[in-house]
Design a binder for this molecule. Structure first.
Ligand code: SF4
Length: 706
């Protein structure tokens, strides 16, 4: 028997980029293990990563293209060739373009998948539509843009040089980025202190020097109070402020009103606790702030990220050893306009994009999902007739799910590319079987690490195709082949050009890091209009946005809607699970065993007041509607806060419409008709008013869950 072959690669079960070693025996993948040499995860994998082989060989995976032949959603499909599937998609989209204009076709990109995101945007731009939609407004883009507008670049924490203090802000690292969690714990063992900002007691919160359990959605108020304390008590880095910043005095005047006492009323944190955390962070040298997705979820998203960036800067932690680095990426230029072909969309076409009147940051070149859904339903500013959905399940992941359903049903033509027949795919005309990360070569270079890592094809399953092949296949059928690559190796060679390596050479190395240098700003300044850190942003002001971060109470909160809070007295937030990426993975046995049912966490006193016991099925109700999840009592939660699961559907339940997509889907009860964040259109996903009560029958009338 031949020795197993071990192939170095990168996990693609989420976008955290953990290094893996793939074991291949007789042409089959027999194990995926953590790569101990990976600078991202040092050999640790989360359950999702460990389940990669189960996903690869799952019997329900889509393995060939399908065409719907009956009424949409009824599940009548016939197998078709790739040629027919891609040809049909291209013909339908081109017919809409030719008859009504390219803007009546939209493209949706789902979970971030690295390089391919840029190539899907390239396809939309090459096609000629301005309507390319992603969930970037609630995932990463507010933090990216705020970092750029404040200090010229996204920052990454320099754990390797040993920070004295790590602040983990709105990130449940163990459940979402296992490598980062492990790296944090390693630092703690070496004596680094930890501050955690989170309404939920995460695993790291239990290890923290201080845990700031704020009211969901009030992060900006906390950040402003911390800036207030640091300036008021002269704990800032005076030399750095004097030489490398603009707007300090205006910031100082601005934050005067955000005293810990005032902000305590907003956040529910004791003033002394806010003051102590600010002092501790400012006095710890060096310190990093590691942030997460919760920062992106609300009307204050961009400005929260601005305030956190300001904290990093005024404490002198930017680009110092053990601080928040301005990274040098090994693949400079990914996402640039020559990759995405953004410039092919001229001003006249760009002005036609859905939601153009909303006037977000000029950096933000996306159509907001809710705007797209509204446009499809209301045909305003025009009908959207055709939609291509890549690696996304909007029916489960978009707010106001009932409207998403109406919109998907209304389309003339819908094509979806995915691993499984999801509730969204079930409404499509054509479904394409996508390859997993074990089935294609790629280069993985997430912006939160200054590395590029290899991803290698080890196996072929059925007729599944990689994202690159699907995108370039569609481009070719649309007559756009000159703008794409003949094969993915040519593309990867081009992507790797800044490193001087071909993809074949890169395979042998596995990882390439960007250059390490500290305090680069001393020579070259910051990549902002002034060349300095912009505490006060003239550019934001000139675009019509707040030049300094101003806290705005979220809509649908006990302070903004006190009358509604009489009926809906609890505050709803949501969390991700270590077992699932968004709405994916519920059909994978080991993951489902780890987290078998949708769960809502609530305090035992809150449960007792509502006659709820641990394990009861309960309704979670907002003014928008109600869904069911199973109660789990958690002493550590604030008694007025409940925390629900996100992304639930039940793949095993074929007898319910679209696998019980409505039963426990939290997006059924999340209203999106509120004010978004002005800069990036981020939705208010945290701190919504709700109530929770027991199902009279204590019986889950939707899918029985095994
Ligand atoms: S966090 Fe888990 S799923 Fe994500 S890349 Fe790492 S091992 Fe894979």
């Amino acid at each position: 028997m031949a020795e197993p072959k071990i192939v170095k690669s990168t996990c693609g079960m989420c976008f955290a980029g953990c290094g893996v070693l793939i074991q291949v025996e007789n042409g089959k993948v027999t194990a995926v293990k953590g790569d101990p040499d990976s600078p991202v995860n040092y050999g640790v994998l989360c359950p999702k990563g460990r389940a990669a082989v189960e996903l690869l060989y799952h019997p329900e995976r889509l393995t060939h293209p399908l065409k719907q032949i009956g009424e949409k959603g009824r599940g009548q499909w016939t197998r078709v060739s790739w040629d027919e599937a891609l040809g049909t998609i291209a013909d339908k989209l081109a017919a809409i373009r030719d008859a009504h204009g390219p803007e009546q076709v939209a493209f949706i990109q789902g979970s971030a998948k690295g390089l391919i995101d840029n190539y899907n945007e390239r396809l939309a731009n090459a096609f000629g539509t301005p309507n390319f939609s992603t969930t970037g407004h609630i995932c990463f883009l507010p933090r990216l843009f705020a970092s750029k507008m404040t200090c010229g670049s996204y920052t990454v924490p320099d754990y390797e040089s040993g920070p004295a203090c790590i602040v983990v802000w709105g990130a449940n690292l163990v459940e979402t980025r296992i490598g980062e969690h492990f790296r944090t714990v390693r630092q703690l063992k070496g004596g680094t202190e930890l501050i955690v900002v989170d309404p939920v007691q995460t695993l790291l919160a239990k290890k923290a020097y201080t845990w700031l359990q704020l009211r969901p959605g009030t992060d900006l108020a906390l950040a402003l109070a911390m800036i207030h304390v640091i300036i008021d008590q002269k704990l800032y880095d005076r030399d750095f402020v004097e030489h490398f910043m603009v707007g300090f005095n205006r910031l100082k005047d601005h934050v005067r009103k955000y005293s810990p006492a005032m902000v305590s009323q907003i956040t529910w944190l004791a003033p002394e606790k806010i003051e102590e955390a600010a002092r501790f962070y400012a006095r710890s040298k060096p310190a990093v702030i590691q942030w997460g997705n919760a920062v992106d979820h609300g009307v204050n998203s961009f400005q929260t990220a601005r305030a956190i960036s300001i904290l990093r800067a005024i404490t002198g932690n930017l680009d110092v050893p053990g601080g928040d680095l301005l990274p040098s990426y090994p693949l400079a230029g990914q996402g640039a306009s020559d990759i995405t072909l953004r410039n092919r969309i001229g001003p006249q076409v760009w002005a036609k994009r859905i939601g153009a009147e909303q006037n977000q940051l000029p950096l933000f070149r996306r159509v907001l999902p809710k705007s797209l859904i509204n446009a499809i339903i209301d045909e305003n500013p025009y009908p959207v007739r055709g939609l291509y959905v890549h690696a996304s399940n909007p029916l489960m992941t978009y707010t106001n799910a009932d409207r998403t359903y109406q919109a998907l049903k209304k389309l003339d033509f819908l094509a979806v590319s995915d691993f499984f027949m999801t509730p969204t795919a079930a409404l499509a005309d054509i479904v394409l079987p996508a390859a997993t990360f074990l089935e294609y070569d790629s280069v993985v270079a997430p912006p939160y690490y200054p590395f590029a890592q290899v991803q290698q094809k080890v196996v072929q399953i059925g007729e599944c195709r990689s994202d690159f092949e699907i995108t370039s296949g569609l481009a070719s059928r649309l007559g756009l082949q000159d703008l794409f690559w003949n094969n993915s190796n040519d593309l990867l060679d081009e992507v790797l050009k800044p490193t001087g390596l071909t993809f074949n050479e890169f395979k042998n190395k596995g990882v390439v890091a960007g250059a390490t240098a500290y305090r680069k700003y001393e020579k070259s300044g910051f990549e902002t209009p002034s060349g300095k850190v912009e505490l006060y942003s003239n550019q934001l002001e000139s675009w019509g946005f707040d030049p300094l971060p101003i806290y705005r109470e979220p809509p649908d909160s006990p302070l903004s809607e006190p009358d509604l809070a009489q009926t809906y007295p609890l505050i709803l937030t949501t969390k991700k699970s270590i077992y699932y990426l968004h709405s994916c993975g519920r059909q994978i046995k080991s993951l489902r065993q780890g987290h078998p049912e949708p769960v809502i966490y609530l305090h035992p006193d809150t449960a007792a007041e509502n006659s709820i016991e641990d394990g009861d099925w309960v309704y979670i109700e907002t003014k928008q509607g109600r869904v069911k999840q199973k109660a789990f009592l958690a002493e550590s939660l604030h008694p007025r806060v409940v925390c629900a699961d996100f992304g639930w559907w039940f793949p095993e339940e074929a007898k319910y419409e679209l696998h019980g997509w409505k039963a426990s889907n939290i997006n059924i009860i999340i209203d999106d008709r509120f004010q978004d964040s002005p800069e990036t259109g981020s939705l208010n996903l945290r701190g919504l008013l709700c109530r929770v009560y027991k199902d009279g029958n204590n019986y889950c009338s939707v899918p029985q869950i095994h």
